[in-house]
Design a protein around this ligand. Structure first.
Ligand SMILES: NC(=O)C1=CN([C@@H]2O[C@H](COP(=O)(O)OP(=O)(O)OC[C@H]3O[C@@H](n4cnc5c(N)ncnc54)[C@H](OP(=O)(O)O)[C@@H]3O)[C@@H](O)[C@H]2O)C=CC1
Ligand SMILES: Nc1nc(=O)c2c([nH]1)NC[C@@H]1CN(c3ccc(C(=O)N[C@@H](CCC(=O)O)C(=O)O)cc3)C=[N+]21
Length: 295
């Protein structure tokens, strides 16, 4: 391996410390703690793990967490009603409804019901539009974490050729917007892209957000590129426990790239740290305070 291994866990721990300091300052000014409400519908074990680590991180940062666990038989109307109550609750600065939702619930209706100022996931159309037009927005946590790691590696992204693989509303599209905002030359690839390996070979920066285990091979990577692997894929192992792999064949890519994020220990921990950051930012904006600095 010649590439630097980008330590997402360490970057996340450092960010969470800065957030905790910001929380202490907010409490002194506002006389209350920032609050994050999480909503989990059903009992998907992977979702339950993420929600638990989010709630642990919230407490460690000195924020309040309010968790709502709902059965997967809940109706859409009941879920919308809960979101409405969280919107109205002054102790709640951030609302996160864990995705995916069961098939009988229209996720986009739920997302559009969240008060945009409390939308710490940055999924509401108001926030997506504000990001796209360069207005202050709540920005999705995963792309924000990826951007932070890229800036830590490269300093400036101006003029860099960036290829984002994946065009979802929660990762690919906002990632592309953030890169464009940093003046990168951005290509968004997806399942209909022709000659994907060739497209990726031109990239100084690759962000893979596909959901296909180890799809991106080492010989797709331009020597010296920076590779950010968003994919979280559980693959079977002989002992039956399974293991997590990304969307990039790590060992191959690490022979060619200048730097690469591992899975686990890369983008995932940064996503959670950025959720803490977004909750603190939402609390400031809702309290009429200037955004916290140095985050
Ligand atoms: N680390 C973290 O914090 C997070 C990790 N993830 C992980 O990131 C990955 C992507 O998540 P998400 O964006 O929600 O996934 P989606 O399934 O919503 O989107 C996947 C995207 O990949 C594209 N795609 C699928 N197959 C191919 C292919 N063969 N070649 C090129 N593009 C392809 C799809 O194209 P098309 O639009 O044409 O169908 C789509 O745009 C998943 O592994 C997920 O688990 C997600 C969120 C947070
Ligand atoms: N409303 C909503 N917002 C989200 O941000 C959201 C969501 N729904 N649904 C699911 C995806 C996925 N996601 C992850 C967060 C952390 C890790 C993470 O910390 N992963 C660890 C490993 C964890 C493990 O071992 O399973 C790591 O990569 O090191 C992974 C994935 C947030 N998501």
């Amino acid at each position: 391996m010649t590439a630097r291994r980008i330590d997402g866990k360490a970057a996340a721990a450092a960010l969470r410390e800065r957030v905790a300091a910001g929380v202490a300052a907010f409490r002194a000014k506002a006389g209350r703690a920032p609050g994050l409400a999480t909503v989990l519908v059903g009992e998907d074990p992977a979702s339950a793990v993420y929600i638990r680590s989010k709630n642990r991180a919230t407490a460690e940062a000195g924020m309040e967490s309010f968790h709502h666990q709902l059965p997967d038989t809940i109706s859409e109307a009941e879920l919308l009603d809960l979101v409405g109550r969280l919107n109205a609750d002054p102790a709640v600065d951030g609302i996160l409804v864990q995705l995916p939702l069961p098939g009988h619930i229209d996720a986009s209706r739920v997302i559009e019901t969240i008060e945009p100022s409390k939308d710490v996931d940055g999924f509401h159309a108001m926030n997506a539009g504000r990001l796209a037009t360069g207005l202050p927005a709540m920005v999705p946590c995963t792309p924000l974490g990826c951007l932070q790691m890229l800036k830590d590696e490269l300093g400036s992204l101006s003029g860099a050729n960036a290829v984002v693989i994946g065009r979802s509303n929660i990762v690919g599209k906002p990632m592309a917007q953030l890169l464009l905002g940093e003046s990168a030359t951005v290509t968004i690839a997806h399942s209909r892209t022709r000659d994907l390996p060739d497209v990726v070979r031109r990239a100084d920066v690759v962000v893979a957000a596909v959901g296909r285990p180890e799809m991106v091979r080492g010989d797709w990577i331009k020597p010296g590129a920076i590779v950010i692997d968003v994919g979280i894929n559980r693959v079977p192992t002989d002992d039956g426990k399974g293991r997590l792999v990304g969307d990039v064949a790590f060992d191959e890519a690490a022979e060619v790239a200048a730097a690469i994020t591992p899975v686990p220990g890369g983008v995932g921990p940064m996503t959670i740290a950025m959720l803490m950051r977004n909750t603190l930012v939402a609390a400031h904006r809702r309290a009429g305070l200037n955004d916290p600095e140095g985050l």
